[in-house]
Structures are given as C-alpha cells and as structure tokens.
Design a protein around this ligand. Structure first.
Ligand code: ADP
Ligand code: MG
Length: 449
C-alpha cells in the first residue's frame, strides 16, 4: 500500500484472444444480421479492462455507427462468449478516414434528423426503373438550386425514394461544406408546425426551414387534407424558390393525385422535374441483391442472388429482408449459402419455435441413446458426441443462453457448451455425414412438434 494508505487497485487488463473475437462477430452476425457491415472485419478488439471490452475502429464514422446501433448487440455477444458481464466501448484508432465511401458516413445528423448511413449514391443501383430519378438526384446534389428545382420523386413504397433523397443530403454535405441541407419527413414538418403554433414559436420554426440551402422533404402526401400545414408549406416553398434554394420532395403518387392538395401547390410541385420510380426489373433486382450482400459482407453465389430476386419482385426493402434471412439461416446452420439452403430459409417463415427438451428427445431418438444419459454426467465417447450435437442445435434453434443450455444438459457450464458447439460447427465444415445427420434431426424436431 502507498503512503496515503488507499492507492487504487491496479485494474486487470486482458487481451482478447482472436478466437473469442471471431465468436463475438459470429454471434452478432447470427443474432443481428441486419447490423453487420463489410468493414466489421477491420475492427480490432483491444482489451478487456474493468468489465469493458474496448474495440478499436479505423475512423469516427465507424465508431459512431457502432455506438448508435450496435452497442447492445456486441455487449450481448461478448457476454455470451466470455461468460463475463461486459460492456463494449468503441474507440477510434488513429486519424479519421473520410475517403472510404463505404464508411464515409460523415455526420449522421441533420438538424437532429438521422440520415441512414447506407443511403449513399454508391450503394444505389440504377436500372430502367429509376434512371431518370437517379440522374436528376445526382444533378441536384452536384449543383443544388440550379439543376431541377423543385425535384419531385414519386412511386410506390420501398423503391428507393428515401434512399435517393438522403443520398442527395450526404453528397451536398460532403461536397458543399457550409451548405445548410435539411432532411425532414413531411409528418415531422407538420407536427413541428402544429407544436410551434401552440407554443407561439413560429419564428423559430420558419427560420429553421426557410433559412436553408437545400430542403429535402419526404412523403409530402402527408400534407393531404391539412389546410394550415399546406398554407405554411406554400410560403416556405415560395421563399426558398425565390432565392434559388433547392427543394426536393417525394410522394407515393404524382402531385395531381395527392388528396385535397391546393391547386397552387400542385402547380408548384409540377413546375420543376417530376420523376417516377417504378418497380425494378429482374436484372436490377439481382444487382441490388449483390450490392446489399457486399454492403453486409455476405458472400452470395450468383444462383442465390437470382433466386432471391425472383422471389421478391416489388418492394426492395423485402428483397433486402430476404437476403438477411438467408444469411441468418446460413449462420445458424453453420453452412455456406447455397441455392438449396436459400430455398429452405425462404420457405421457413412458418416454423414453430423449438424448445431444448424437444431437441434432446430428437437427438436421443435418432442416435438411440437415453435422454437421461444426455442429461447426466456420463462422459463416455458414445454419449459425448450426441450431447455436443444437442448443444449445437440448441444454439442454432433456440435463443437460450449458454448457461441455460448447459443447465439442460447435466449442469455443464457455458464454456463447455461454447466449445462443444464450436467443435460440431468445425466438424460440419468437412463431414458430410454429420451434416446429413443433423438435417435428419432437425426434420425430426419439426415433425415431432
Ligand atoms: P421508399 O422511400 O421509396 O419507400 P426506400 O428508399 O426506403 O424506399 O428504400 C427501401 C429499401 O430499398 C432501402 O433499404 C433502400 O436502400 C433499398 N433500395 C431501394 N432502391 C434501391 C436501389 N435502386 N439500389 C439499392 N438499394 C435500393
Ligand atoms: Mg420513403
């Protein structure tokens, strides 16, 4: 002890073994596939100190994405893998890099509204369905206020209008530093308007929307039947237009079809460029699946990209959802993405949830061992592999923790469960017989339920 008698305890610093980190990434991938990005492979697990796992990123944009969206996912995965109560902190390591388009999230925020970090032009696929809208959006982003003003995009839901509009904001932000660019949904515009009328704060509201260089307002059909909001927007529009400020709007239909929209607004909305986005054709959908797969770091064979694109033919959000589903299925099955796996994954929407006892019974039935042995302490070779298979399948098919799974299987601790399921996963890479056996057991579980 030092002379003051209370020197602080040195905190233990642990380095993170690479297989632990690989497992953390696998779990995040399995449980939150929608969060995974290709650049996760560049993350560096630095240390575990005082219950905090510190992860180094290569730039501030990555840190910000991880902090905003992934904190809980990483903490849960780290806890499951290490069995320790950990939190995760993301730190930028070295100077921020703003040249990598995939991570050039720049500022996520625009006047308090979050821009989606993935909605860049680089991540947008063009085809006959959206070529005009895309060309107009890039022209507007490159020279706001002088290309097409206003720009009005319309089309059914899920076809990329919001993506294009936010891509404009990202580009304006990157290429015209100092330009004030505001992205807002029309619903929020209307709500803020009502609130500021009630609070007597209209001046502040007007300053916020009339004193910008680019106003991007999404889902303008929300103005339908809202007389006072239409009036307010009319004046906002005129003010911006008069000073050659850029206005970009989107709606689910052309201006003339928005219900009870004042004629003077309809004619203003039609006065610039009105571009429609249509349903994408098969080739475009295939290209979108590939683009999303690259963004999410999913390796996908050509025939699977085609399969997914054939299955979902209208809403692109659903196309992305189908890709995530296939990826998640391949993660839990520890099997590469193939056409037959994708078929199973996409056909599997209606499967019942599975409990650990059902898994143990199915394994016992198929491998002709006793349930009581699987749940007992026996360590003979004949019982070890079936027990490991139970652990592997419990991790694949249920959301129970490692501790809970161990509890069902003779009170084994979480590290035993982790190592056992890892061993089965590794063996599956090369052992086709085991793979077939597991397929039979899975089928047995579903049929028995
Ligand atoms: P909308 O605003 O028209 O309802 P969104 O812009 O929200 O549609 O798009 C829905 C999803 O589809 C988003 O994930 C978006 O990135 C994706 N998406 C739509 N069109 C494209 C495209 N052409 N290329 C890549 N992704 C697209
Ligand atoms: Mg939208």
């Amino acid at each position: 002890m030092g002379s003051c008698g209370m020197s602080p305890q040195p905190r233990e610093v642990l380095y993170v073994p690479s297989d632990v980190w690989t497992d953390v990434l696998c779990l995040v991938r399995r449980d939150h596939p929608q969060l995974v990005r290709a650049w996760f492979r560049t993350l560096v697990p630095a240390s575990i100190t005082g219950g905090v796992l510190e992860v180094h990123t290569s730039n501030t944009a990555q840190s910000r994405y991880l902090q905003h969206h992934c904190g809980r996912a990483f903490a849960q995965a780290a806890q499951a893998v290490t069995g320790q109560l950990l939190t995760v902190r993301f730190e930028t390591n070295g100077a921020p890099s703003e040249t990598d388009p995939e991570t050039a999230v720049l500022d996520d925020y625009d006047d308090g509204l979050v821009l989606n970090a993935d909605y860049h032009f680089d991540h947008f696929v063009t085809g006959p369905c959206n070529r005009l809208a895309h060309a107009a959006a890039t022209a507007v982003a490159n020279s706001p206020g002088s290309a097409y003003n206003p720009l009005f995009l319309h089309g059914p839901v899920g076809l990329g209008k919001t993506h294009l509009m936010q891509a404009i904001c990202h580009r304006v932000r990157a290429e015209h530093p100092g330009a004030r660019c505001s992205y807002i949904t029309c619903e929020l515009f209307v709500n803020l308007f009502i609130e500021s009328v009630e609070r007597g704060a209209l001046r502040h509201f007007r300053h916020r929307f009339r004193d910008v260089d680019v106003l991007v307002i999404d889902d303008i059909q929300f103005l339908a039947k809202r007389e006072r909001s239409q009036e307010e927007f009319f004046h906002t529009f005129n003010m911006l237009h008069q000073f050659h400020r850029q206005i970009v709007m989107s709606a689910d239909c052309p201006p003339a079809e928005i219900a009870s929209l004042q004629e003077r607004l309809t004619s203003r909305f039609n006065s610039g460029l009105v571009a429609c986005v249509e349903k994408p054709c098969l080739e475009t959908r295939i290209a979108i699946v590939r683009k999303k797969a690259a963004l999410r770091c999913i390796e996908i064979p050509d025939d699977v990209a085609v399969l997914i694109a054939e299955r979902v033919d209208s809403n692109i959000r659903e196309l992305d959802g189908a890709l995530i589903k296939v990826d998640a299925y391949s993660q839990v099955a520890a099997a590469p993405i193939t056409r037959s796996l994708a078929q199973q994954a996409l056909a599997n929407g209606t499967q019942r949830p599975v409990g650990i006892p059902a898994i143990i019974e199915a394994v016992a039935r198929k491998l002709e061992v006793k349930v009581s042995d699987l749940q007992g302490r026996k360590r003979s070779k004949a019982i070890t592999l079936p027990r490991h298979i139970c652990m592997f399948l419990a991790r694949e098919l249920t959301s129970h923790s490692l501790e809970q799974i161990g509890g069902y299987l003779g009170g084994r601790d979480h590290t035993t469960v982790l190592h056992a399921s890892r061993a089965v996963r590794d063996q599956l890479q090369t052992d086709a017989e085991l793979s077939n056996l597991l397929d039979d057991i899975r089928a047995g579980i579903q049929n028995a339920g």
